[in-house]
Design a protein around this ligand. Structure first.
Ligand SMILES: [Zn+2]
Length: 84
């Protein structure tokens, strides 16, 4: 399966990256109950946030520290985010 060159998410052939969307439509982010109910781990949630963040470097308080966190978090998942 191909993966997104930006965030490393698996891509289905027919669609753009699931994370290249507004925040409230990104997988695992617009569902705050998921962690509370145990359907999502904290680590998994971090990866959702980091993937969305590297697609949206200009949105919602993307400070250099936040962007650095997102890149480092995805690197720990084995994905190197390309330079902006
Ligand atoms: Zn992506």
């Amino acid at each position: 399966m191909p993966s997104c060159p930006i965030c490393g998410a698996p891509l289905s052939a027919a669609s753009p990256c699931d994370y290249d969307v507004p925040l409230d439509r990104a997988p695992g982010i617009g569902d705050p109950e998921a962690i509370a109910q145990g359907r999502e781990s904290h680590a998994g949630h971090e990866v959702h946030i980091a993937r969305w963040r590297v697609h949206h470097p200009d949105e919602r308080g993307a400070s250099p520290a936040v962007m650095a966190w997102a890149r480092e978090r995805l690197l720990r998942e084995g994905h190197r985010v390309p330079p902006a």
